[in-house]
Write a protein that binds this ligand. Structure first.
Ligand code: GDP
Ligand code: K
Ligand code: MG
Length: 267
């Protein structure tokens, strides 16, 4: 059995896609300890694939039960691939979660859903090839509602999973992440080191506690974080938020064409 995790912002169309991919082969329950619905099902076209519909999330920070369930599943259950469902009409906002999923090192397929709606917005186009190139991962545009391009998505599900280049942020932030990575590198899987290092940098208490660091280590980590906070004149979690949005802005700049921009540039 191969587990695939459906991840995305609320209302990106995850459940619609889940129903399309699994048909009636579904099992619905609850996640242990929380009143968050748990849904899994077999891929209609190939029953060796189990699809887990994870709760809608905007981030992998412990702000809500939904986000905690989603992040624990990605980190602890290690699905073979993440099917990241993104609302194509809201690309900037949705990519914020995409970047965080990338930080976990899980192989991914980026699914731009709601392409039927995007196509009606004549002023905006997304270059999917460029997006795939920049994110270094498979990208497919679909409409879960209209069942467009589902066969293409199923092909990508069957492709061998691949790693991708990690998004990199401001070099001054990268050096802090690197120092924290060095402190934990023998204790976590290599592909998950970046996720853990960023969470520790953000002062995520749950994750930091898991490591049971010595007082000396905690004070070294605190020095690393405070040095970065002085350089950026900002709180560490907000440094990371800004770094992700800067990265997304660069991607949008390269991959999205707004007709408004076009008419300005020829005038
Ligand atoms: P979830 O919160 O991510 O599970 O999102 P849902 O699957 O519940 O979808 C949210 C809303 O978007 C529903 O009204 C769906 O019918 C609609 N929707 C989902 N996929 C598409 C799509 O590809 N095109 C359009 N036009 N609407 C969609
Ligand atoms: K919903
Ligand atoms: Mg849903």
């Amino acid at each position: 059995m191969t587990t695939l995790a459906l991840v995305g912002n609320p209302n990106s169309g995850k459940t619609t896609l889940f129903n399309t991919l699994t048909g009636s082969n579904q099992h619905v329950g609850n996640w242990p300890g929380v009143t968050v619905e748990r849904k899994e099902g077999q891929l209609k076209q190939d029953h060796t694939y189990i699809i887990q519909d994870l709760p809608g999330s905007y981030s992998l920070s412990p702000y809500s039960s939904e986000e905690v369930v989603t992040r624990n599943f990605l980190i602890n259950n290690r699905p073979r691939k993440v099917l990241d469902v993104v609302d194509a009409t809201n690309l900037e906002r949705n990519l914020y979660l995409t970047l965080q999923v990338m930080e976990t090192g899980t192989p991914m397929v980026l699914i731009l859903n709601m392409m039927d709606l995007l196509e009606k917005q004549h002023n905006r186009k997304i270059n999917l090839k460029k997006l795939a190139y920049m994110l270094d991962m498979p990208v497919v545009g679909i409409s879960a509602l209209k069942h467009n391009n589902i066969d293409k998505l199923v092909d990508k599900i069957h492709d061998d999973e691949k790693t991708y280049a990690m998004p990199t942020y401001d070099p001054r932030l990268e050096s802090a992440i690197e120092m924290i990575k060095n402190l934990i590198k023998d204790r976590v899987d290599e592909d998950q080191t970046r996720f853990y290092a960023i969470k520790i940098f953000e002062r995520d208490q749950d994750i930091t506690d898991q490591f049971e660091f010595s007082d000396k280590q905690l004070s070294d980590i605190d020095d690393i974080i405070k040095t970065a906070e002085n350089i950026f004149d900002d709180e560490s979690d907000s440094i990371v938020v800004n770094a992700r949005y800067d990265y997304i802005a660069r991607i949008i700049n390269m991959c999205v064409i707004d007709n408004g921009d076009f008419s300005m540039s020829v005038s």
